[in-house]
Design a protein around this ligand. Structure first.
Ligand SMILES: Nc1nc2c(ncn2[C@@H]2O[C@H](COP(=O)(O)OP(=O)(O)OP(=O)(O)O)[C@@H](O)[C@H]2O)c(=O)[nH]1
Length: 513
């Protein structure tokens, strides 16, 4: 490979590598950007759909809680109407029956109770009254004692004195006809009822469903411990901010209970001062989403790796192709150069650097054709070094070679035009083709050559000429060639004849025939 080809190959290879590198960087950046965007938007969709789920679940649970409390309220109202009609004292057996029937059809109820103005138990669904049973100390009793409204009152969670269960007291004030305090009507809702309802939902370990009072007190929260019941969450963003602007919605915030970040759906009940929340644990959402995202990211990485592998293979193939191409070009250049050398070797005489016999034959043939075609004169000079055998014998073959080179150089100097051809005809013989040259001009030129070779003054002690220097004899023949195929042989023969005559006439001269 030539140096230039190597440089070109190097430049092309590094350019190709750069282009491929840029291509791969652009493609992988695009893949990363698209995948990053896809992952980000899928995370946003996940958050958004979780918010929707949380909001819907909280609304659905608030309806369930509303129905539970409404059934309880209607039962209390019904009982109060009945008490207002039939009275209390003499109807305890019938009322007890009534309470038991009502309790039987409402699964949320732990019990139904009627207290007198002192807080004593008058009628209840409890199978046995506790000793010295009196509920005057309960919050709801004190509330109704002090408030004359007929509305239902929902208290904080307490442990039932009759069943021992955790219950939500739902109570109403009983009035005499004159509006004075007559006692309290109480329905207790089992916390376990909400536990069962909330357990029905298939939620994660840290997901929350909670029922709270509007002041922030917890009535029940799954899956948190019962010790958190009645704990106040009034400082939570739900009560300080969110519920002040909307009665239902969704938001992400850190739970005041356990510090975990959740997506909460919340809904305030229309009829009761209660709030229901449904919170999905953000870490769990992240893990669920992460598993899918990881698979997606791994597939993208595999895709990128395949892309790089493919790029590498393509680059390698292009490299190989380029290499082959450059090698082929180099081989072709070498062959062309070798061909040129072979061609010149085939046409040039190795000793003198003149045209060789082969070139002479081709040239003479071409010149004859042109002379025939253009009808122009063509001259041929046949030249022989005089008594060269003696020279060789006396000075040695090497000196003979040197002498031939000097004579050849001298003859070459007489080439007048590009069409003239000075050739070594063979041994110590030379020939000169002179296209478009008349006989007189050819003879003049031959005579000048004779003089100039002698003028070289190459010593030749054994020469037959008097000057004892190397001389030449020249036979000249001029013709306007015909189309005859023997024209070449004829021309050479005639020039040879003239040369013979020059030799016989004492050498060191030119003869034209
Ligand atoms: N040194 C050398 N000698 C050569 C070369 N080619 C031919 N010769 C010699 O040239 C001589 C030619 O001798 P002849 O043909 O007898 O002719 P001549 O001695 O020149 O005699 P005339 O032609 O009558 O003048 C021979 O001795 C060849 O060996 C060559 O390439 N180098």
């Amino acid at each position: 490979m030539t140096e230039q080809t190597g440089v070109v190959a190097g430049v092309s290879k590094s350019m190709l590598r750069q282009m491929m590198l840029i291509f791969l960087v652009v493609i992988s950046s695009a893949v990363l950007a698209v995948n990053g965007w896809t992952l980000w938007s899928s995370w946003q969709r996940m958050l958004s759909s979780t918010e929707d789920n949380a909001r819907n679940l909280s609304i659905s649970l608030s309806r369930q809680a509303g129905d539970t409390f409404l059934q309880t309220e209607l039962t209390l109202q019904d009982l109060r109407d009945r008490i207002n009609i039939v009275g209390l004292r003499h109807q305890s057996a019938a009322l007890t029956q009534q309470l038991l029937q009502r309790k039987a059809v409402l699964p949320q109820l732990d019990g139904l109770f009627i207290y007198d103005t002192e807080g004593n138990w008058i009628v209840s669904t409890a199978s046995a009254l506790p000793a010295n049973a009196n509920n005057a100390d309960r919050e709801y009793f004190q509330y109704h004692l002090k408030h004359s409204d007929n509305q239902v009152h929902i208290g904080d969670v307490v442990r039932s004195r009759s069943s021992g269960n955790l219950i939500i007291p739902v109570s109403m004030r009983l009035n005499n006809f004159d509006g004075t305090f007559r006692g309290v009507l109480l329905a207790t809702i089992r916390i376990d009822f909400f536990r069962q309802v909330y357990d029905y939902y298939n939620l994660g370990e840290h997901d929350i469903l909670g029922l709270m009072k509007a002041n922030g007190n917890i009535l029940y929260a799954r899956p948190l411990s019962d010790t958190l019941i009645n704990k106040s969450l009034s400082a939570s963003p739900l009560f300080t901010r969110l519920l002040k602007t909307s009665s239902a919605g969704a938001a992400m915030y850190r739970s005041a209970l356990d510090g975990r970040e959740r997506i909460f759906g919340y809904s305030r009940l229309k009829r009761y001062p209660l709030v229901v929340v449904a919170g999905y644990d953000k870490q769990q959402i992240w893990r669920t989403w992460g598993a899918d995202a990881f698979t997606f990211a791994m597939l993208s990485v595999v895709l990128l790796l395949l892309l790089f592998l493919f790029g590498f293979i393509v680059l390698r193939h292009i490299h190989l192709n380029l290499k082959n191409q450059f090698e082929l070009t180099a081989v072709r250049d070498q062959l062309t150069a070798m061909n040129r050398t072979l061609q010149s070797l085939a046409l040039i005489d190795g000793l003198t650097g003149l045209a060789n016999r082969r070139q002479f034959d081709l040239w003479l043939q071409r010149s004859i054709e042109r002379s025939s075609r253009q009808q122009t004169p063509l001259s041929l000079l046949m030249i022989d070094v005089d008594t060269f055998k003696n020279y060789n014998d006396h000075y040695g073959h090497q000196a003979g070679d040197h002498c031939l080179k000097q004579v050849a150089a001298c003859l070459q100097q007489h080439q007048r035009q590009p069409d003239d051809l000075v050739a070594r005809y063979g041994g110590e013989e030379f020939a000169i083709v002179l296209p478009n040259t008349h006989a007189a001009d050819a003879l003049l030129l031959a005579q000048q050559m004779v003089r100039d070779v002698a003028g070289l003054g190459i010593p030749h002690e054994k020469s037959s000429v008097a000057e004892k220097v190397v001389t030449i004899s020249i036979g000249v023949h001029t013709t306007i060639a015909g189309r005859d195929s023997a024209a070449q042989d004829q021309l050479i023969a005639e020039a040879d004849k003239a040369l013979y005559q020059a030799k016989n006439s004492g050498k060191n001269q030119a003869v034209a025939l």
